[in-house]
Ligand binder design. Sequence first.
Ligand SMILES: *Cc1c(COP(=O)(O)O)cnc(C)c1O
Length: 382
Amino acid sequence: MLKDPSIPFFSGAVGLHEAREGLAARVRRIAESGRFVDGPAVAELEQAVSAYTEARYAVACNNASDALILMMKAAGIGAGDEVIVPAYTFLATASCVVHAGAEPVFADVLPDSYALDPDSVRAAIGPNTKAIMAVHLFHQAADLHTLREIAYEYGLDFFEDSAEAIGMRVGDTHAGLWGRAGVLSFFPTKTLGALGDAGMLITDDEQLAQRATHLRRPGSAGRGDGHTLTGMDSRCDELQAAVLLTRLRSLDADISRRAELSERYTARLAPLAPVVTTPARADAREPSNLVWYVYLIETERRDELVGFLQENGVGTETYYPRPLTAQPCFQGRPGTRVPVPVPVAEAAAERALALPLYPDLTEAQVDRVCDLVHEFHRGTRR
Ligand SMILES: *Cc1c(COP(=O)(O)O)cnc(C)c1O
Protein backbone atom coordinates (compact mmCIF):
# COMPACT_ATOMS: atom_id res chain seq x y z
CA MET A 1 0.00 0.00 0.00
CA LEU A 2 1.23 3.45 -0.86
CA LYS A 3 1.68 5.67 2.15
CA ASP A 4 1.20 9.43 2.18
CA PRO A 5 4.44 11.37 2.04
CA SER A 6 5.91 11.54 5.50
CA ILE A 7 5.78 14.61 7.73
CA PRO A 8 8.95 14.88 9.78
CA PHE A 9 8.86 16.36 13.27
CA PHE A 10 11.37 18.97 12.20
CA SER A 11 12.19 20.27 8.75
CA GLY A 12 15.82 21.10 8.14
CA ALA A 13 14.93 23.49 5.33
CA VAL A 14 14.47 26.20 7.98
CA GLY A 15 13.00 28.72 5.59
CA LEU A 16 16.27 29.83 4.07
CA HIS A 17 14.97 29.76 0.50
CA GLU A 18 14.55 33.48 0.03
CA ALA A 19 17.71 34.38 1.85
CA ARG A 20 20.03 31.96 0.11
CA GLU A 21 21.73 34.48 -2.16
CA GLY A 22 22.58 36.88 0.63
CA LEU A 23 23.70 34.03 2.84
CA ALA A 24 25.97 32.54 0.19
CA ALA A 25 27.71 35.89 -0.20
CA ARG A 26 28.18 36.17 3.56
CA VAL A 27 29.59 32.66 3.82
CA ARG A 28 32.05 33.41 1.02
CA ARG A 29 33.17 36.58 2.79
CA ILE A 30 33.70 34.69 6.04
CA ALA A 31 35.69 31.97 4.27
CA GLU A 32 37.91 34.61 2.65
CA SER A 33 38.35 36.65 5.83
CA GLY A 34 40.04 33.83 7.72
CA ARG A 35 38.17 34.85 10.85
CA PHE A 36 35.89 31.95 11.74
CA VAL A 37 35.09 32.23 15.43
CA ASP A 38 33.86 35.12 17.57
CA GLY A 39 34.51 37.74 14.87
CA PRO A 40 32.59 40.61 13.28
CA ALA A 41 29.51 38.56 12.34
CA VAL A 42 29.14 37.42 15.95
CA ALA A 43 29.46 41.03 17.14
CA GLU A 44 26.83 42.05 14.60
CA LEU A 45 24.53 39.25 15.80
CA GLU A 46 24.94 40.37 19.42
CA GLN A 47 23.97 43.90 18.42
CA ALA A 48 21.02 42.70 16.36
CA VAL A 49 19.65 40.51 19.18
CA SER A 50 20.24 43.37 21.63
CA ALA A 51 18.17 45.62 19.41
CA TYR A 52 15.46 42.99 18.89
CA THR A 53 15.07 42.09 22.58
CA GLU A 54 16.07 45.51 23.94
CA ALA A 55 18.60 43.81 26.18
CA ARG A 56 21.48 46.11 27.12
CA TYR A 57 23.94 43.23 26.71
CA ALA A 58 23.94 40.10 24.57
CA VAL A 59 26.76 37.58 24.94
CA ALA A 60 26.92 34.95 22.18
CA CYS A 61 28.26 31.51 22.99
CA ASN A 62 28.14 27.94 21.72
CA ASN A 63 24.64 26.97 22.85
CA ALA A 64 22.02 27.88 25.43
CA SER A 65 23.09 25.11 27.81
CA ASP A 66 26.46 26.87 28.04
CA ALA A 67 24.73 30.25 28.32
CA LEU A 68 22.88 28.90 31.38
CA ILE A 69 26.16 27.77 32.96
CA LEU A 70 27.78 31.14 32.16
CA MET A 71 24.74 32.87 33.68
CA MET A 72 24.99 30.90 36.94
CA LYS A 73 28.76 31.37 37.24
CA ALA A 74 28.73 35.04 36.25
CA ALA A 75 26.00 35.69 38.84
CA GLY A 76 28.16 34.10 41.53
CA ILE A 77 25.97 31.04 42.12
CA GLY A 78 28.23 28.33 43.55
CA ALA A 79 28.96 25.76 46.25
CA GLY A 80 26.42 25.68 49.06
CA ASP A 81 23.77 27.54 47.04
CA GLU A 82 20.42 26.20 45.90
CA VAL A 83 18.45 27.29 42.86
CA ILE A 84 14.75 26.50 42.51
CA VAL A 85 13.91 25.12 39.06
CA PRO A 86 10.79 23.44 37.64
CA ALA A 87 10.61 19.63 37.70
CA TYR A 88 9.28 19.70 34.14
CA THR A 89 11.80 21.22 31.71
CA PHE A 90 14.84 20.41 29.61
CA LEU A 91 17.79 18.95 31.52
CA ALA A 92 19.99 22.03 30.99
CA THR A 93 17.75 24.20 33.20
CA ALA A 94 18.87 22.15 36.19
CA SER A 95 22.24 20.79 35.08
CA CYS A 96 23.66 24.33 34.77
CA VAL A 97 23.17 24.71 38.51
CA VAL A 98 25.21 21.56 39.13
CA HIS A 99 27.92 22.75 36.69
CA ALA A 100 28.19 25.94 38.74
CA GLY A 101 28.80 23.85 41.89
CA ALA A 102 25.35 24.50 43.38
CA GLU A 103 22.27 22.30 43.80
CA PRO A 104 18.94 22.39 41.98
CA VAL A 105 15.78 22.21 44.07
CA PHE A 106 12.68 21.11 42.20
CA ALA A 107 9.25 22.68 42.36
CA ASP A 108 6.07 21.76 40.49
CA VAL A 109 4.60 23.49 37.44
CA LEU A 110 1.11 24.75 36.58
CA PRO A 111 -1.03 22.59 34.28
CA ASP A 112 -1.73 25.18 31.56
CA SER A 113 1.59 26.99 31.19
CA TYR A 114 3.90 24.15 32.30
CA ALA A 115 5.79 26.91 34.12
CA LEU A 116 6.73 27.19 37.80
CA ASP A 117 3.78 27.11 40.21
CA PRO A 118 4.27 30.08 42.57
CA ASP A 119 2.80 28.19 45.57
CA SER A 120 5.11 25.26 44.95
CA VAL A 121 8.08 27.65 44.71
CA ARG A 122 7.23 29.24 48.06
CA ALA A 123 7.03 25.80 49.66
CA ALA A 124 10.40 24.80 48.19
CA ILE A 125 12.42 27.76 49.49
CA GLY A 126 14.93 26.79 52.17
CA PRO A 127 17.77 28.46 54.09
CA ASN A 128 20.31 27.90 51.27
CA THR A 129 18.08 29.03 48.42
CA LYS A 130 19.81 31.75 46.43
CA ALA A 131 17.75 32.02 43.26
CA ILE A 132 14.66 31.07 41.31
CA MET A 133 14.89 30.08 37.64
CA ALA A 134 11.66 30.47 35.68
CA VAL A 135 11.34 28.62 32.36
CA HIS A 136 9.08 29.50 29.43
CA LEU A 137 8.05 26.30 27.70
CA PHE A 138 6.45 25.64 24.32
CA HIS A 139 4.27 28.68 23.60
CA GLN A 140 3.75 30.90 26.59
CA ALA A 141 5.54 32.66 29.39
CA ALA A 142 5.72 31.82 33.07
CA ASP A 143 3.87 34.10 35.48
CA LEU A 144 6.94 36.31 35.77
CA HIS A 145 5.29 39.04 37.77
CA THR A 146 4.27 36.72 40.60
CA LEU A 147 7.48 34.66 40.54
CA ARG A 148 9.74 37.70 40.58
CA GLU A 149 7.78 39.13 43.49
CA ILE A 150 8.43 35.94 45.46
CA ALA A 151 12.14 36.23 44.62
CA TYR A 152 12.21 39.83 45.90
CA GLU A 153 10.23 38.94 49.01
CA TYR A 154 12.81 36.31 49.99
CA GLY A 155 15.85 38.28 48.80
CA LEU A 156 16.62 35.81 45.99
CA ASP A 157 18.09 36.29 42.54
CA PHE A 158 15.71 35.76 39.64
CA PHE A 159 16.76 34.16 36.35
CA GLU A 160 14.96 32.92 33.26
CA ASP A 161 15.65 29.97 31.02
CA SER A 162 14.15 31.73 28.02
CA ALA A 163 15.89 29.37 25.56
CA GLU A 164 12.57 28.73 23.75
CA ALA A 165 11.21 32.24 24.02
CA ILE A 166 12.76 34.55 21.45
CA GLY A 167 10.09 37.03 20.38
CA MET A 168 8.06 36.57 23.60
CA ARG A 169 7.28 39.74 25.48
CA VAL A 170 5.73 39.80 28.90
CA GLY A 171 4.22 43.22 29.39
CA ASP A 172 6.69 45.40 27.51
CA THR A 173 9.72 43.35 28.47
CA HIS A 174 11.25 40.58 26.39
CA ALA A 175 11.44 37.19 28.08
CA GLY A 176 14.80 36.75 29.76
CA LEU A 177 14.99 40.33 31.00
CA TRP A 178 12.62 40.23 33.96
CA GLY A 179 15.34 39.17 36.36
CA ARG A 180 19.13 39.41 36.33
CA ALA A 181 19.58 37.54 33.06
CA GLY A 182 18.15 35.05 30.60
CA VAL A 183 19.31 32.89 27.71
CA LEU A 184 18.35 32.20 24.09
CA SER A 185 18.91 28.98 22.17
CA PHE A 186 19.55 28.94 18.44
CA PHE A 187 19.54 25.15 18.18
CA PRO A 188 18.22 24.24 14.70
CA THR A 189 14.73 23.26 15.89
CA LYS A 190 14.22 26.47 17.84
CA THR A 191 12.12 29.37 16.55
CA LEU A 192 15.31 31.14 15.44
CA GLY A 193 17.55 28.23 14.50
CA ALA A 194 21.14 28.08 13.28
CA LEU A 195 22.56 25.39 10.99
CA GLY A 196 24.29 23.97 14.04
CA ASP A 197 24.71 25.07 17.64
CA ALA A 198 24.59 28.61 18.96
CA GLY A 199 23.22 30.36 22.01
CA MET A 200 23.22 33.64 23.86
CA LEU A 201 22.97 35.23 27.26
CA ILE A 202 20.91 38.43 27.50
CA THR A 203 20.94 40.84 30.44
CA ASP A 204 20.78 44.47 31.50
CA ASP A 205 23.36 43.79 34.24
CA GLU A 206 26.71 45.19 33.10
CA GLN A 207 28.84 43.30 35.61
CA LEU A 208 27.15 40.00 34.87
CA ALA A 209 27.59 40.55 31.12
CA GLN A 210 31.29 41.33 31.58
CA ARG A 211 31.91 38.28 33.72
CA ALA A 212 30.05 36.05 31.26
CA THR A 213 32.12 37.52 28.40
CA HIS A 214 35.35 36.64 30.24
CA LEU A 215 34.10 33.20 31.19
CA ARG A 216 33.15 32.20 27.64
CA ARG A 217 36.81 32.43 26.61
CA PRO A 218 39.19 30.50 28.80
CA GLY A 219 38.89 33.09 31.54
CA SER A 220 40.75 36.08 30.12
CA ALA A 221 39.41 39.60 30.17
CA GLY A 222 41.90 40.80 27.57
CA ARG A 223 45.47 40.50 26.36
CA GLY A 224 48.20 40.21 28.91
CA ASP A 225 46.11 39.89 32.05
CA GLY A 226 46.42 36.09 32.23
CA HIS A 227 43.53 33.82 33.13
CA THR A 228 41.75 35.70 35.89
CA LEU A 229 38.82 33.26 35.88
CA THR A 230 38.57 29.52 35.20
CA GLY A 231 36.43 30.00 32.17
CA MET A 232 35.20 27.67 29.47
CA ASP A 233 35.58 27.61 25.72
CA SER A 234 32.15 28.49 24.50
CA ARG A 235 32.30 30.69 21.46
CA CYS A 236 29.96 31.31 18.58
CA ASP A 237 31.02 30.54 15.00
CA GLU A 238 30.94 33.25 12.36
CA LEU A 239 29.01 30.95 10.00
CA GLN A 240 26.25 30.41 12.55
CA ALA A 241 26.11 34.13 13.25
CA ALA A 242 25.72 34.81 9.52
CA VAL A 243 22.87 32.28 9.26
CA LEU A 244 21.17 33.77 12.31
CA LEU A 245 21.51 37.35 11.05
CA THR A 246 19.86 36.26 7.82
CA ARG A 247 17.04 34.39 9.55
CA LEU A 248 16.46 37.13 12.14
CA ARG A 249 14.97 39.22 9.33
CA SER A 250 12.12 36.75 8.89
CA LEU A 251 11.72 35.91 12.58
CA ASP A 252 8.50 37.88 13.11
CA ALA A 253 6.98 36.40 9.96
CA ASP A 254 8.06 32.91 11.12
CA ILE A 255 6.45 33.54 14.53
CA SER A 256 3.17 34.56 12.82
CA ARG A 257 3.25 31.51 10.59
CA ARG A 258 3.77 29.24 13.61
CA ALA A 259 0.77 30.90 15.30
CA GLU A 260 -1.40 30.39 12.22
CA LEU A 261 -0.54 26.70 12.03
CA SER A 262 -1.05 26.26 15.78
CA GLU A 263 -4.50 27.83 15.58
CA ARG A 264 -5.34 25.43 12.78
CA TYR A 265 -4.23 22.47 14.92
CA THR A 266 -6.37 23.72 17.81
CA ALA A 267 -9.47 24.27 15.67
CA ARG A 268 -9.22 20.75 14.29
CA LEU A 269 -8.25 18.94 17.50
CA ALA A 270 -10.52 20.78 19.97
CA PRO A 271 -13.50 18.45 19.25
CA LEU A 272 -11.47 15.57 20.72
CA ALA A 273 -11.58 17.12 24.21
CA PRO A 274 -11.41 15.87 26.89
CA VAL A 275 -9.58 12.82 25.52
CA VAL A 276 -7.05 15.08 23.79
CA THR A 277 -6.33 18.48 25.27
CA THR A 278 -5.00 21.31 23.13
CA PRO A 279 -2.68 24.03 24.47
CA ALA A 280 -4.28 26.45 26.89
CA ARG A 281 -3.56 30.03 27.72
CA ALA A 282 -2.76 30.30 31.42
CA ASP A 283 -3.64 33.23 33.64
CA ALA A 284 -0.74 35.47 34.48
CA ARG A 285 -0.48 38.84 36.21
CA GLU A 286 1.23 40.29 33.14
CA PRO A 287 0.00 38.99 29.78
CA SER A 288 2.42 37.80 27.11
CA ASN A 289 2.19 37.21 23.39
CA LEU A 290 2.22 33.56 22.41
CA VAL A 291 5.32 32.37 20.54
CA TRP A 292 4.75 28.84 19.33
CA TYR A 293 8.06 26.99 19.56
CA VAL A 294 6.22 23.69 20.08
CA TYR A 295 2.61 22.60 19.60
CA LEU A 296 1.91 20.31 22.52
CA ILE A 297 -1.16 18.18 23.11
CA GLU A 298 -1.90 15.92 26.05
CA THR A 299 -3.53 12.53 25.79
CA GLU A 300 -3.81 9.44 27.93
CA ARG A 301 -2.64 6.90 25.35
CA ARG A 302 0.32 9.05 24.38
CA ASP A 303 2.83 6.30 23.66
CA GLU A 304 0.36 4.36 21.50
CA LEU A 305 -0.43 7.54 19.58
CA VAL A 306 3.31 8.09 18.98
CA GLY A 307 3.50 4.62 17.41
CA PHE A 308 0.39 5.14 15.31
CA LEU A 309 1.61 8.47 13.95
CA GLN A 310 5.04 7.02 13.27
CA GLU A 311 3.51 4.13 11.31
CA ASN A 312 1.75 6.74 9.24
CA GLY A 313 4.86 8.77 8.58
CA VAL A 314 4.38 11.54 11.13
CA GLY A 315 7.24 12.43 13.45
CA THR A 316 6.56 13.57 17.02
CA GLU A 317 8.58 14.32 20.13
CA THR A 318 7.83 13.70 23.78
CA TYR A 319 8.75 16.87 25.62
CA TYR A 320 9.67 15.79 28.30
CA PRO A 321 9.46 12.02 28.81
CA ARG A 322 10.32 12.19 32.53
CA PRO A 323 10.16 14.91 35.12
CA LEU A 324 13.71 15.89 36.15
CA THR A 325 12.96 14.50 39.61
CA ALA A 326 12.84 11.04 37.96
CA GLN A 327 16.13 11.45 36.06
CA PRO A 328 18.85 9.17 37.44
CA CYS A 329 21.42 12.00 37.49
CA PHE A 330 19.34 13.88 40.07
CA GLN A 331 17.66 11.00 41.90
CA GLY A 332 20.86 9.79 43.43
CA ARG A 333 22.36 13.21 44.09
CA PRO A 334 22.98 14.09 47.69
CA GLY A 335 22.07 17.76 48.12
CA THR A 336 19.46 17.84 45.35
CA ARG A 337 16.18 18.40 47.15
CA VAL A 338 12.65 17.59 46.08
CA PRO A 339 10.89 19.28 48.99
CA VAL A 340 7.41 19.33 47.44
CA PRO A 341 5.30 16.84 45.46
CA VAL A 342 5.37 17.42 41.68
CA PRO A 343 2.18 15.71 40.42
CA VAL A 344 1.59 18.14 37.55
CA ALA A 345 5.11 17.59 36.20
CA GLU A 346 4.66 13.81 36.53
CA ALA A 347 1.32 13.84 34.69
CA ALA A 348 2.65 16.06 31.90
CA ALA A 349 5.63 13.77 31.36
CA GLU A 350 3.22 10.87 30.80
CA ARG A 351 0.70 12.68 28.62
CA ALA A 352 2.42 15.41 26.59
CA LEU A 353 3.18 15.06 22.91
CA ALA A 354 4.60 17.62 20.47
CA LEU A 355 3.29 17.59 16.91
CA PRO A 356 5.27 18.89 13.90
CA LEU A 357 5.44 22.70 13.78
CA TYR A 358 7.69 24.82 11.57
CA PRO A 359 7.09 27.71 9.19
CA ASP A 360 7.29 25.64 6.01
CA LEU A 361 4.78 23.06 7.24
CA THR A 362 1.68 23.32 5.04
CA GLU A 363 -1.99 23.53 5.99
CA ALA A 364 -2.54 20.21 4.23
CA GLN A 365 0.14 18.61 6.42
CA VAL A 366 -1.47 19.98 9.59
CA ASP A 367 -4.81 18.60 8.42
CA ARG A 368 -3.26 15.23 7.69
CA VAL A 369 -1.76 15.04 11.21
CA CYS A 370 -5.11 16.05 12.72
CA ASP A 371 -6.99 13.47 10.64
CA LEU A 372 -4.64 10.80 11.95
CA VAL A 373 -5.11 11.92 15.56
CA HIS A 374 -8.89 11.74 15.01
CA GLU A 375 -8.61 8.33 13.39
CA PHE A 376 -6.56 7.02 16.31
CA HIS A 377 -9.14 8.16 18.85
CA ARG A 378 -12.19 7.00 16.91
CA GLY A 379 -14.29 4.86 19.16
CA THR A 380 -12.41 5.82 22.32
CA ARG A 381 -14.30 9.04 22.91
CA ARG A 382 -16.53 9.42 25.95
C1 LIG B 1 16.70 24.10 23.90
C2 LIG B 1 16.67 24.40 25.35
C3 LIG B 1 17.84 24.59 26.10
C4 LIG B 1 19.21 24.32 25.58
O1 LIG B 1 19.51 24.92 24.39
P1 LIG B 1 20.81 24.42 23.56
O2 LIG B 1 21.11 25.59 22.72
O3 LIG B 1 20.36 23.24 22.79
O4 LIG B 1 21.87 24.10 24.53
C5 LIG B 1 17.71 24.94 27.43
N1 LIG B 1 16.51 25.10 28.00
C6 LIG B 1 15.36 24.92 27.32
C7 LIG B 1 14.06 25.11 28.02
C8 LIG B 1 15.40 24.53 25.98
O5 LIG B 1 14.28 24.32 25.31
